[in-house]
Ligand binder design. Structure first.
Ligand SMILES: Nc1nc2c(c(=O)[nH]1)N[C@H]1C(S)=C(S)[C@@H](COP(=O)(O)OP(=O)(O)OC[C@H]3O[C@@H](n4cnc5c(=O)[nH]c(N)nc54)[C@H](O)[C@@H]3O)O[C@H]1N2
Ligand SMILES: Nc1nc2c(c(=O)[nH]1)N[C@H]1C(S)=C(S)[C@@H](COP(=O)(O)OP(=O)(O)OC[C@H]3O[C@@H](n4cnc5c(=O)[nH]c(N)nc54)[C@H](O)[C@@H]3O)O[C@H]1N2
Ligand code: SF4
Ligand SMILES: [Mo]
Length: 687
C-alpha cells in the first residue's frame, strides 16, 4: 500500500486554507491538517473538512454531453469540441464577435481564467466577466478610484495587531471563519470589536458593540462616523495632509451628517454612532473589515468609497494592524479579477479601451491588433439582458451557475433559453448545465494543478493529488482544445507554461514564477514584480497606487435602496449565506455531511412578523416579491428585526425573488434589499 500526503488549497472560499490530501493507491482517502499554514494553522471549517466528498461523488460529470431533442446523450471529446468550434465560429462569422459571451469562474485557477479571457478576447469579444460582478465589483471600481489598487490591504493575521476591528456587512464567523482566531488574539490584547449588521449574526455575538442598522443605510452611518471624528478632532491631520487630496470638500460635505440625522436614517441611537467613531478613530491601529452587506446594493460603489474615506480620514491604512479589508468570497475571485476575467480589464487591471494596452496584448498573443476590441464588454447581468434581447447568441459558461446565482432567476432562464448555443463546463450537472446544448466535464481542484489567489492577495500553488473521474479534463486542456478549433495557435497550455506567460504580461505577478511559487509554503503576496522581490503583504505603506501617489477623498451622499417596502410587499427581504452551505450549493448540497445538517431552504423572520402573518416555526411559507415567489420553511428568530426577513441563496428559489436593478458604476445587483410579502403556503404549494 502506497500512501502520500499532497498539499492542497481548499476549493471553497477566499481565505485559502491549506491542508494535505491523503492519497492511497491513487485515491483520496482522507485529509490531514496543515498546522504550519500562516492563516488557518491547521483549522478548517465545515466545508473544508467536507471538501473530499465531492471528488468521487457519483454525480460527477464523467463525459461530454450533447443535447438532442431535449435530452442529453454522451458524446466523445472530439465530437463535443468540434461541435462547439463549428457553432461558435458560425455565430461569430454570421453575427459578429459581439454575439459571443463568456462567463469565467472564480472557482477556477489563475491559469484557467487567463486562458479563458484570452480566448474571448482573441475572438474579438470583451464580453467576459464572472461572479466578482455579483460580489466585489464595487470594491474593484471604488478602491481603484480612491486608492489606485482594488484589493485587501493587509494579511488576515494582521488583525491580531489591531486595537479596534470595525466589521461592516461581513458575517465572517460563518463565511470566513478562520478570521476568528486572529480576531480573538486581538481581543485578548484588549481590542474592541464593533459589528454593523441588520442581523444579529454569530459574528455580532463576538462584538463588544453591535449596531443593528437598517439595511441599505451604510453611507449615512459612515458619513456620521466621519462627522464625529472630524468635529471631535480625532482625524489624522498629518496623514490627510501628506497622503490624500480632497479633504476640504469632504469636510464640508460631512457637516450634513450629524449623529441626530444619521440616527433617523439608520435607526441607531446617536450614542452608538459616537462611541463607534471614537473607538475607530482613536485606536492606535484599526482595521475596517467589510463584505457583501456593503457591496450588494445599488449604492455599492458609494458604500465602498465611504469606507475608504473613513479609513483615510483617520489614517487607519498602510500600517500593521491598520487596513481596509474587503473579504473576497470565492477561492480564486481575487485571481480571476487579476487575470482579466472582467469586462473592462485585460489581465493586471489594464483597461481594454486604451490602444497601447490593446497593442501590447495583441503582440503578446500573436494576433492582429484589430482583432482585439477596444470597447468594454458587457457585465454578467448585462450579458443576460443581451441574451434576452437576442444580441448575445452564444454563451460559454465555465464554473458558474447563473440560473441559481444571478438575480431575477425566471428572467435568467428565459434569456438562456433564447440562445443559439449554451456551453457549460462544470464538475456537476448544475441547473445551468441542464439548460445547455453541450456540457463539458471538468476536473475538480485536486485533480489538476495551478495557482489561486486568496482574499489577502496571497498566491498559492495547488498540486494535483488524484486523477479526474472518467473522461473529465482540466479546464486549461478544454479551453486549449476549443481555441485550437477556432484557429488560435497557442502552443503549450499546461499550467506552468501559462503561469510563465502571466509572469510576462501581468506586472504584479512578474516574480511569481512557477518553480518559486510551487516551493513557497503559504504562498507569496502580489505585487511581486521580479523573481527576487519578497512580495508585498501590506499595501500603500509609502504611497498609494494612484498616478500622484495620493489617495482621493471622495464625498458621497446617502441614497435609499432602489426598492422600498410598500403596501403589497411590506417587508424587507435580505439574502446571504449560512455556514454549512456554499453559494448556489452545487457542491455543498451534494456533500452528505453538509446537506444532512441543512437540508431545506429556510426563511428567517421575527416573532412579531410571524404573529402578524400567522406563521408558526417550521411551517412552509410562500415568500413573494414583485418578480416571483418561492416556498421556504419558516424559522422564527429575533436575530432579524421586525420588518426584515432573511433567506440564504444556497437552494433553488431564492433568486426568483431578488431584483436585477444595478449599481450604475459597478453593475452589481441589489441582493441585499427587496420588498417582499410572506404568507402561509397553501397545501398544494408545499414542497
Ligand atoms: N459558509 C459560506 N461561506 C462563504 C460563502 C458561502 O456561500 N457560504 N460564500 C463566499 C462568497 S462568494 C462570499 S462573497 C462571501 C460573503 O460573505 P459575507 O459578506 O459575510 O456574506 P453575506 O451573508 O452575503 O452578507 C454578510 C452580512 O451582510 C449583512 N447585511 C445585509 N444587508 C446589509 C446592509 O445593508 N448593511 C450592512 N452593514 N450589512 C448588511 C447580512 O445580514 C450578512 O450578515 O462568503 C464566502 N464564504
Ligand atoms: N440572492 C443572492 N444571490 C447571490 C448572492 C447573494 O448574497 N444573494 N451572492 C452572489 C455572490 S457574492 C457570488 S460570488 C455569486 C456566486 O455565483 P456562482 O459562481 O454562479 O456560484 P457557485 O455556486 O459558486 O458556482 C460555481 C460553479 O463552479 C463549479 N466548479 C467548481 N470547481 C470547478 C472547476 O474546477 N472547474 C469548473 N469548470 N467548474 C467548477 C461548481 O460546481 C459550481 O457549479 O452568487 C451571487 N448570488
Ligand atoms: S474557511 Fe474557506 S478556505 Fe478555509 S476551510 Fe472553510 S471554506 Fe475552505
Ligand atoms: Mo462572492
Amino acid at each position: 500500500m502506497s500512501q502520500s500526503l499532497i498539499p492542497t488549497i481548499c476549493p471553497y472560499c477566499g481565505v485559502g486554507c491549506a491542508f494535505y490530501i491523503v492519497v492511497e493507491n491513487g485515491r483520496a482517502v482522507g485529509l490531514e491538517y496543515m498546522t504550519d499554514h500562516p492563516v488557518n494553522q491547521g483549522s478548517l471549517c465545515s466545508k473544508g473538512n467536507a471538501a473530499l466528498e465531492i471528488l468521487d461523488h457519483p454525480e460527477r460529470l464523467t463525459h461530454p454531453l450533447i443535447k438532442a431533442a431535449d435530452r442529453f446523450r454522451p458524446a466523445s471529446w472530439e465530437e463535443a469540441l468540434d461541435l462547439i468550434g463549428q457553432r461558435l465560429s458560425a455565430i461569430r462569422h454570421a453575427v459578429g464577435p459581439d454575439a459571443l459571451g463568456f462567463l469565467a469562474s472564480a472557482k477556477c485557477t489563475n491559469e484557467e481564467n487567463y486562458l479563458f479571457q484570452k480566448l474571448a478576447r482573441c475572438l474579438g469579444s470583451n464580453h467576459v466577466d464572472h461572479c466578482a460582478r455579483l460580489c466585489h465589483a464595487p470594491t474593484v471600481v471604488a478602491l481603484a478610484h480612491s486608492l489606485g489598487s482594488a484589493a485587501m490591504t493587509n494579511p488576515i493575521p494582521d488583525l491580531a495587531e489591531s486595537d479596534c476591528i470595525l466589521v461592516i456587512g461581513s458575517n465572517w464567523a460563518e463565511n470566513h471563519s478562520p478570521l476568528a482566531r486572529w480576531v480573538w488574539r486581538a481581543k485578548d490584547r484588549g481590542a474592541r470589536v464593533i459589528v454593523v449588521d441588520p442581523r444579529l449574526t454569530p459574528t455580532a455575538w463576538l462584538a463588544d458593540l453591535y449596531l443593528p442598522l437598517r439595511p441599505g443605510t451604510d453611507v449615512a452611518l459612515l458619513n456620521g462616523l466621519m462627522h464625529v471624528a472630524l468635529t471631535e478632532g480625532l482625524v489624522d491631520r498629518d496623514f490627510i495632509a501628506r497622503r490624500t487630496t480632497g479633504f476640504d470638500a469632504l469636510a464640508r460635505h460631512l457637516m450634513a451628517y450629524p449623529p441626530s440625522r444619521v440616527s433617523e436614517i439608520t435607526g441607531l441611537p446617536p450614542a452608538q454612532i459616537v462611541a463607534t467613531a471614537r473607538a475607530y478613530a482613536s485606536a492606535s491601529a484599526a482595521s475596517l473589515v467589510y463584505c457583501m452587506g456593503v457591496t450588494q446594493h445599488t449604492t455599492g460603489s458609494e458604500n465602498v468609497l465611504a469606507c475608504a474615506d473613513l479609513a483615510l480620514l483617520c489614517g487607519q491604512i498602510g500600517r500593521r494592524g491598520a487596513g481596509l479589508m474587503p473579504l473576497r468570497g470565492q477561492n480564486n475571485v481575487q485571481g480571476a479579477c487579476d487575470m482579466g476575467a472582467l469586462a473592462q480589464f485585460y489581465p493586471g487591471y489594464q483597461p481594454v479601451d486604451a490602444p497601447e494596452v490593446r497593442d501590447f496584448f495583441a503582440h503578446a498573443w500573436g494576433v492582429a491588433a484589430d482583432t482585439l476590441s477596444l470597447s468594454p464588454g458587457l457585465t454578467v447581468v448585462e450579458m443576460i439582458e443581451a441574451a434576452a434581447a437576442g444580441r448575445i447568441r452564444a454563451l460559454y459558461v465555465m464554473g458558474e451557475n447563473p440560473v441559481l446565482s444571478d438575480p431575477n432567476a425566471d428572467r435568467v432562464r428565459e434569456a438562456l433559453s433564447r440562445l443559439d448555443l449554451l456551453v457549460v463546463q462544470d464538475i456537476f450537472l448544475t441547473e445551468t448545465a441542464e439548460m445547455a446544448d453541450v456540457v463539458l466535464p471538468a476536473a475538480a481542484w485536486a485533480e489538476k494543478e495551478g495557482s489561486t489567489t486568496t482574499t489577502e492577495r496571497r498566491v498559492q500553488w495547488s498540486h494535483q493529488a488524484v486523477e479526474p473521474p472518467g473522461q473529465a479534463r482540466p479546464d486549461t486542456w478544454i479551453i486549449g482544445q476549443i481555441a485550437r478549433r477556432l484557429g488560435l495557435t497557442w502552443g503549450e497550455v499546461a499550467p506552468p507554461s501559462v503561469l510563465a506567460e502571466i509572469n510576462r504580461t501581468v506586472p504584479i505577478y512578474g516574480g511569481l514564477v512557477p518553480e518559486r511559487l510551487m516551493a513557497a509554503r503559504g504562498g507569496l503576496f502580489w505585487p511581486c514584480p521580479t523573481p527576487e522581490h519578497p512580495g508585498t503583504p501590506i499595501l500603500h505603506m509609502e504611497r498609494f497606487a494612484t498616478a500622484d501617489g495620493r489617495a482621493r477623498l471622495i464625498p458621497v451622499d446617502f441614497r435609499p435602496p432602489a426598492e422600498e417596502p410598500e403596501e403589497r410587499f411590506p417587508l424587507t427581504l435580505t439574502t446571504g449565506r449560512i455556514a454549512i452551505h456554499y453559494n448556489a450549493g452545487s457542491m455543498t448540497r451534494r456533500s452528505p455531511s453538509l446537506v444532512t445538517r441543512a437540508p431545506t431552504l429556510c426563511v428567517e423572520l421575527n416573532p412579531v412578523d410571524a404573529a402578524q402573518w400567522g406563521v408558526s416555526d417550521g411551517e412552509w411559507v410562500t415568500v413573494s416579491t414583485p418578480r416571483g415567489q418561492t416556498q421556504a420553511r419558516a424559522r422564527i428568530t429575533d436575530t432579524v428585526e421586525a420588518g426584515v426577513v432573511f433567506m440564504p441563496f444556497h437552494f433553488p428559489g431564492t433568486n426568483r425573488l431578488t431584483t436585477d436593478l444595478l449599481d450604475p458604476q459597478a453593475k452589481i445587483p441589489e441582493y441585499k434589499v427587496a420588498a417582499c410579502q410572506i404568507a402561509v403556503a397553501r397545501k398544494e404549494d408545499e414542497q
